[in-house]
Design a protein around this ligand. Structure first.
Ligand code: SAM
Length: 224
């Protein structure tokens, strides 16, 4: 994926071409990322070593459905690095429900991201209990999952069944070592993809090397 697509941008800074998003909250930094001003517009450099969605873009992600007004359910928000860039992209009319179960991490997520961005709704919950997400309303366009749990594919599918609209997109980060250390990463990814195929059309599987070791991202579409 090479061209600017208005969701993210390629910006030259100090002679280097950098991936970036347009800052929804000018002046606000989330993880000490570089702020770059071009023609009066402020952008935030999007670091593929810190965000697996950026790593997927660097590694030839073919379809990027995040755009203005998109509604996203994000499981494993952590301190909000990736959520903050999605927040830039979906803009004030979009929304991201960010689920995180670890309270210390969730506090950072609140302070760094949700407090500054009205399109981010933090949900301090275990992703195993989607019926407890009281603030999620209606269906979402994308479910993004990065929770690094051995049973994460099942958790992810449960969440999709409840919240993803038909034809919506599913992004699943597979941390192969958190599933089974004795199996080869390739085999693990194949097995996880098989579980998804029952309900989704798998579009792409991306190895996130060299940005992330032992991680893959699978992109799928919820069958109509
Ligand atoms: N996606 C983040 C990013 O790109 O900035 C990084 C996510 S980190 C690898 C995984 C996160 O998932 C951790 O913050 C962890 O606390 C959270 N997590 C793990 N299991 C969870 C669960 N069952 N419910 C909610 N969050 C969970």
């Amino acid at each position: 994926m090479e061209e600017d697509n208005q969701s993210f941008f390629w910006i030259k800074s100090e002679g280097v071409r950098k991936l970036a998003t347009k800052n929804l909250v000018p002046g606000n930094q989330v993880y000490k990322e570089k702020l770059i001003v071009k023609k009066g517009i402020e952008y935030r450099a999007w670091d593929p070593f810190r965000s697996k969605l950026a790593a997927a873009i660097m590694n030839e992600l073919e379809r990027f459905p995040f755009e203005n007004k998109t509604k996203v359910l994000y499981l494993g928000a952590s301190t909000g690095t990736t959520v903050s860039h999605i927040s830039d992209i979906v803009g004030p009319s979009g929304i991201i429900f960010g689920v995180e179960h670890a309270s210390r991490v969730a506090r950072d997520f609140l302070d760094r991201v949700a407090a500054h961005r009205s399109n981010v709704i933090p949900i301090l919950q275990d992703a195993r209990n989607p019926k407890e997400y009281f603030s999620v309303f209606g269906k979402v366009d994308i479910v993004y999952v990065d929770i690094a749990q051995p049973d994460q594919t099942k958790i992810a599918i449960d969440n999709c069944e409840r919240f993803l609209k038909r034809g919506g997109y599913f992004f699943l980060v597979i941390k192969t070592r958190s599933i089974d250390v004795t199996k080869s990463p390739k085999k693990i990814i194949e097995e996880e993809i098989e579980k998804i195929r029952t309900k989704f059309d798998v579009l792409q599987s991306i190895d996130l090397h060299p940005y992330d070791k032992d991680h893959a991202m699978v992109i799928a579409k919820y069958r109509n």
